[in-house]
Design a protein. Sequence first.
Length: 136
Amino acid sequence: DGTTLSPQLALFAVATPLQPPSILEIRTKNFIFRTKHKLDFTPTGCDAKGKIVLGYTEAELCMRGTGYQFIHAADMLYCAENHVRMMKTGESGMTVFRLLTKENRWAWVRWAWAQANARLVYKNGRPDYIIATQRP
């Protein structure tokens, strides 16, 4: 009859869910590191493995101000939303983002703030600081 049909579009994708590391992975992964932060996410400490992965001394890490300066701009909103969720509920779930190393390279990190790998630390019944466990 001569009528033109518009093309049918479709998307085919394979998705793999990100999962928090198992206990075995946590024990065997060499470069899992921990950082300590004020509630506004300003770093106040870093363990020895974190210094190796990121390249910063603890003093350099702490004097740069907010921890958000180390997060890639494209990941900033996502990380901020999870930070707010953690402050409200005590749990943010796993976060995957890029962290800036001292060599100005972006390291992908899986970060479980409030699951088994990290937590809000309380003092006198109120949140006092954040301990974040991270794995590149």
